[in-house]
Write a protein that binds this ligand. Structure first.
Ligand code: G6P
Length: 364
């Protein structure tokens, strides 16, 4: 199929902007009134463990999902990058599921990891964007993420749609295991259904982000901080930025700041803090203040409540709409992507075809 840019300068910009629509499609597919539309075989009731394996951005989607499966379903989760997992010879309980998340469904290491798990676990499950792909065909079950064709090398809409599919699975696991009441699950479904609308509001910060990006483009190193499920989102924000702007970026768990990266902080180092006003907000703010005390340039990405309490003294802040826990990472993916996109534009790099990177890595 020929896919076009439809008026956008880059596929990446188009794919970022499409997220409210494709997420809406995925929501309509997976949530039918109060019913979760997932195969019956995917019954988490007596499962001892969930293993999630992927590469790159898909791995960060798994890393976010670990927080969800643990908190919403009380299900022990193991996550690993496929290139490590496949050679570790990890023991796998028979009574477990193994999930392989891949946009292309062709990543060589992820496919090898899937082959390793076949026959060792109750079900292998593929979470893919390309339903005809090798990973989809070889897994016992394949779930589509419904993002539509993604052309930009740096994954954007596939990431948010992977998160959505994983969130819905975590809700099913929560119900199957009696960890969530019907009312709690319904409230979480409402949160998910509100996301496309909130994403439109997040996209409206694009011009503001472009202005900040002009300055971020001058940096040599940029840190991303987050706590809880926002920690893997910080990792994804750093990956996105380095992939397309070639600025060295690292994601860190806010609480780990004092165990190393704080040594790097000075006036030249922007620190992007991804922090909705949630249960852990105050802790993240105190980490942020440690950065400001050392003259680090803080960009706080938060909501109205967070901005009111903590924006003072920061270099800049961005306001996202409020989103109920624990699904904020799906929304905050958008400012992370826009920060990478606009910084790359400011640097004049090739956004859709970054040097040395491939859309799909089918060799080891
Ligand atoms: C490459 C791409 C990334 C992607 C990763 C995994 O590195 O550049 O955007 O996240 O592969 O690809 P997959 O198709 O398995 O999700």
């Amino acid at each position: 199929t020929q896919v076009e840019k439809g008026g956008y300068k880059h596929f990446m910009a188009k794919e970022i902007a499409e997220q409210p629509v494709v997420l809406g499609d995925a929501l309509r597919h997976y949530l039918k009134a109060d019913h979760i539309n997932l195969p019956e075989e995917l019954d988490f009731s007596n499962i001892e463990r969930l293993t999630l394996v992927a590469c790159g951005t898909a791995f960060y989607a798994c890393s976010v999902a670990k927080y969800w499966f643990e908190s919403l379903a009380g299900l022990p989760c193991e996550i690993d990058v496929a290139s490590e997992f496949r050679y570790r010879e990890p023991p796998l309980p028979k009574n477990s599921f193994a999930l392989f998340v891949s946009q292309s469904g062709e990543t060589a290491d992820t496919l090898a990891a899937l082959r390793y798990c076949k026959g060792k676990v109750a079900h292998t499950v593929a979470v893919v964007n390309v339903p005809t792909s090798s990973i989809a065909r070889e897994a016992d079950l394949a779930l589509p993420i419904l993002a539509g064709i993604e052309v930009g090398v740096a994954s954007t809409k596939a990431f948010s749609c992977q998160l959505l599919a994983l969130a819905v699975m975590a809700l099913k696991a929560g119900r199957d295991r009696g960890h969530l009441s019907a009312a709690q699950a319904a409230a979480h479904m409402d949160t998910l259904r509100a996301l496309p609308g909130l994403m439109n509001a997040a996209l409206a910060t694009s011009d503001e982000i472009a202005r900040l990006a002009a300055q971020l483009a001058e940096a040599q190193d940029i840190l991303f901080l987050g706590r809880g499920a926002m920690y893997p989102l910080a990792l994804e924000g750093a990956l996105k930025l380095k992939e397309i702007s070639y600025i060295h970026a690292e994601g860190y768990a806010s609480g780990e700041l004092k165990h190393g990266p704080i040594a790097l902080i000075d006036r030249t180092v922007p620190v992007i803090v991804m922090a909705p006003h949630d249960r852990l907000f105050d802790k993240t703010v105190s980490n942020m203040q440690e950065v400001m005390a050392r003259h680090g340039k803080v960009l706080l990405v938060t909501d109205a409540k967070g901005a009111t309490t903590a924006a003072e003294g920061t270099w800049a802040h961005l306001r996202m709409p409020e989103v109920a826990e624990p699904f904020a990472p799906i929304l905050y993916a958008l400012p992370a992507q826009l920060l990478a996109y606009h910084t790359a534009i400011a640097k004049g790099t090739d956004v859709d075809q970054p040097r040395n990177l491939a859309k799909s890595v089918t060799v080891e």
